[in-house]
Design a protein around this ligand. Structure first.
Ligand code: 6GU
Length: 269
C-alpha cells in the first residue's frame, strides 16, 4: 500500500517511523510519504491560510497550495494505467466516524492520501474539486475536537497499517481483539497467579480450553454491556447458546428476533 500525507507539520508524523508501522515501511509493505503543504506555496511568506469569507473567528486554508499538492500526488501515478481513483481522507470532527470496519475497508486500497487541515478547515471548493480525482472521505475519530488532522492521521494509519498482510507478526492476534466481532475484548492476566492478594480467575488455570473460551466470551458480554451498551444494538444474538443467553439475562438483556433487547425495569419508564 502507498500512503501520502499532506500537512503543514510534517514532523508530527515522525512516530510513523517507529514500532510495527516503521518496520512495515522498512520491509516495503507500506510506502509512506509525508509532504509539507508549504512547499506548494509560491509567495515569499509561504502562506497557507487566509480570513474566512462571511466573517467569523479563525482562519481558513487557501485552495491553491492544496490543489498543487494533491495534483503532484495523483500526477505521480499518471501512466500507472488502469489504477483506481485513490481515496482522499480528510480528517475532521465533522467527518464520518472512523471504525474498525472502515479500517478493514481502507486496508484493501492501493493508495490512500490524507489531507491534514488546521485552523477552521480547508476551503470547501478543494473538497469539491478533489472528488474529480479522488474518492473523498471526510473522517472523524470521535466526538471531540483536535487542533488539526495530524494526530487523527497517526491513529488511522496505525489502525489501517496493522491490518496489512505481514505487518502484525501473528495474524491470530487480529482476530481476538476489541471490535473484531462487535464486542469489547476480555480481560487478560499473566504471572504471578497471586499478586498483592489478588488471584487470577481460577478457570484460566484449569487447563479446560472449552471452559476458558466460554468464560472469556461471557466476560466480553459483561464488559460490553457495562462500558459500551450501544454496541449491543448491532450484535447478532441469533447464534447465542443457552449459557450465553443466561449471562445476558443477568445483564438485563433478552433475545428478541435474534437481537438483544434491554429489559424495561419497573421504575425505568
Ligand atoms: Cl479526524 N480531526 C480533528 N481536527 N478533530 C477531530 C478529529 C479529526 N476526530 C475527532 N476530533
Amino acid at each position: 500500500m502507498r500512503i501520502d500525507v499532506v500537512s503543514i507539520f510534517p514532523e508530527y508524523l515522525a512516530p510513523l517511523e517507529l514500532s510495527l508501522i516503521g518496520k512495515a515501511r522498512q520491509d516495503g509493505l507500506l510506502q509512506l510519504n509525508v509532504h509539507d503543504l508549504r512547499s506548494f506555496t509560491t509567495d515569499r511568506h509561504r502562506t497557507v491560510d487566509d480570513t474566512p469569507y462571511g466573517g467569523g473567528a479563525g482562519m481558513v486554508m487557501k485552495p491553491e497550495p492544496w490543489a498543487k499538492a494533491l495534483e503532484e500526488i495523483v500526477g505521480a501515478r499518471a501512466g500507472e494505467g488502469g489504477a483506481a481513483k485513490p481515496i482522499l481522507i480528510v480528517p475532521s470532527p465533522a467527518g464520518e466516524r472512523f471504525t474498525q470496519s472502515i479500517a478493514h475497508e481502507l486496508a484493501e486500497e492501493e493508495q490512500l492520501v490524507f489531507a491534514c487541515g488546521r485552523y477552521e478547515g480547508i476551503d470547501e471548493r478543494v473538497i469539491e474539486w478533489a472528488s474529480e480525482h479522488f474518492t473523498v472521505r471526510p473522517m472523524s475519530l470521535g466526538d471531540y475536537v483536535l487542533n488539526g488532522g495530524e494526530v487523527a492521521v497517526l491513529a488511522m494509519v496505525e489502525a489501517i497499517g496493522r491490518l496489512l498482510p505481514g505487518v502484525v507478526g501473528n495474524p491470530e492476534s487480529l482476530v481476538e481483539e476489541s471490535h473484531s466481532d462487535g464486542l469489547l475484548e476480555y480481560p487478560v492476566y499473566t504471572k504471578p497467579s497471586s499478586w498483592r492478594e489478588r488471584e487470577v480467575p481460577a478457570v484460566l488455570l484449569s487447563g479446560n480450553h472449552g471452559k476458558i473460551a466460554q468464560w472469556r466470551r461471557h466476560e466480553q458480554f459483561r464488559r460490553t454491556a457495562e462500558r459500551r451498551p450501544d454496541l449491543l444494538a448491532d450484535f447478532d444474538a441469533s447464534t447465542l447458546t443457552r449459557a450465553d443467553r443466561e449471562v445476558f439475562a443477568e445483564l438485563g438483556y433478552d433475545v428478541v428476533d435474534g437481537r438483544l433487547e434491554r429489559r424495561v425495569l419497573d421504575g425505568d419508564a
